[in-house]
Design a protein around this ligand. Structure first.
Ligand code: NAD
Length: 362
């Protein structure tokens, strides 16, 4: 049976980069016979322009029916003045909530060809390949009570609640262990169990889940140490699993180890393996419409989709090899270009087409 993929280009460079990722999917469909059915929908500012809503009901319905969603990016200065519920970013938050996407997967891998793009020394980052699994729908960003109140001393007081129940911890831990089985079979759980009771429970539950995965080695690390180790010796990690806020911060730090925002994909998964796949970057209004955005993060998001939602790991691997191939050929979009022998600066379309050519040549 064919698998349904909903394509949501969104705003800004989203349109340009997703068009290249669709070329890769079309190639796999037409030349290799992968049974994939593509549908298109609107989200973000472009959905607001047509329907007055950044997540129209029909988009959510299509997403619910799809096996996976590929998203470009949303947002732009033209919508910044709108009331909060109408802003493009709300479309993104609502589709994540509507699909129950509780597990955010953020790989940080450094292609050897781009080692100079990192601000860290080549020996620290070359060969880097780690995965951060971040809990996305719970923790302090959603906990109640929350707000700003006046306390008994008449002072204004801001407060939030860090709360996780064992079910929420168990399901994100399971995702991390299952991913580790497909990678290096090591999970490091990041918490602050020495100070926060909620993360003491986190550590207990992750340890219980580990018993179901005897092939995977579990370690624990306090978040402050994890932040330090990510910069000091990032290659020690395979899979890191952590709560919403810690994951938010650590995954941005990990992304910067690679030095190129245009190269990094991400996934957000539900309990059944359905996922939404997107580059980690935004809609880059400063370069939108110029044909110079890097489409590789979106193309690598397609590879993640094939691996984690569509059970097509070989096709995923082929896309990743094709990306390596075009980098080996010296092709670079402006964001990853540095002058040198054999280097050639290309636009968004040329980069996408080069990946398709590399796939065809395998
Ligand atoms: P951004 O990621 O869009 O851009 C940051 C910088 O990186 C810019 O200089 C941009 O040109 C560059 N860049 C980003 N992607 C690139 C690519 N593929 N190729 C080459 N260069 C690239 O972040 P921002 O400027 O803070 O935000 C712009 C808009 O995007 C805002 O409206 C923001 O809300 C939105 N945003 C959306 C998402 C999302 O859709 N998931 C994520 C972050 C920001």
């Amino acid at each position: 049976m064919s698998k349904k993929i909903l394509i949501l280009p969104g705003d800004g460079i989203g349109q340009e980069i997703v068009a290249e990722a669709v070329k890769v999917l079309d190639y796999l469909r037409q030349s290799e016979g992968l049974a994939l059915e593509l549908e298109n929908g609107l989200i973000g500012g472009s959905a607001y322009e047509q329907h007055g809503d950044p997540l129209p009901q029909q988009t959510l319905e299509l997403a619910v029916k799809a096996d996976a969603v590929l998203l470009g990016a949303v947002g732009g200065p033209e919508w910044e003045g709108l009331e909060r519920p109408l802003r493009p970013e709300q479309g993104l938050l609502r589709i994540r909530a509507g699909l129950g996407l509780f597990a955010n997967l953020r790989p940080a891998m450094l292609f050897p060809q781009l080692v100079q793009a990192s601000t860290l020394k080549p020996e620290v980052v070359s060969g880097l390949d780690l995965m951060i699994v971040r809990e996305l729908t719970g923790g302090i960003y959603f906990g109640e009570p929350r707000g700003i109140r006046v306390n008994d001393n008449g002072l204004k007081q801001g407060f939030n609640t860090l709360v996780y129940d064992e079910t929420e911890i168990r399901r994100i831990a399971r995702v991390a262990f299952e991913i580790a089985l497909k990678r290096g079979r090591r999970v490091c759980s990041v918490d602050k169990a020495n100070v926060l009771e909620s993360t003491e429970l986190w550590r207990q539950v992750v340890t219980e889940v580990a018993r179901d995965f005897p092939q995977v080695q579990l370690s624990h690390m306090y978040v402050d140490n994890a932040a330090m180790q990510l910069i000091r010796e990032p290659k020690q990690f395979d899979v890191l699993v952590t709560s919403n806020m810690f994951g938010d911060i650590l995954s941005d730090a990990a992304a910067m180890l690679t030095g190129s925002i245009g190269m990094l994909p991400s996934a957000s998964l539900d309990a059944g393996g359905k996922g939404m796949y997107e580059p980690i970057h935004g809609s880059a209004p400063d370069i939108a419409g110029q044909g110079i955005a890097n489409p590789l993060a979106t193309i690598l998001s397609v590879a993640m989709m094939l691996r984690y939602s569509l059970e097509l790991p070989q096709a995923a691997q082929r896309i990743e090899s094709a990306v390596e191939q075009v980098l080996d050929e010296g092709l670079r979009t402006a964001d990853i270009y540095s002058a040198g022998p054999g280097m050639q600066q290309v636009g968004t379309r040329e980069m996408g087409e080069a990946v398709v050519r590399a796939l065809a040549a395998q």
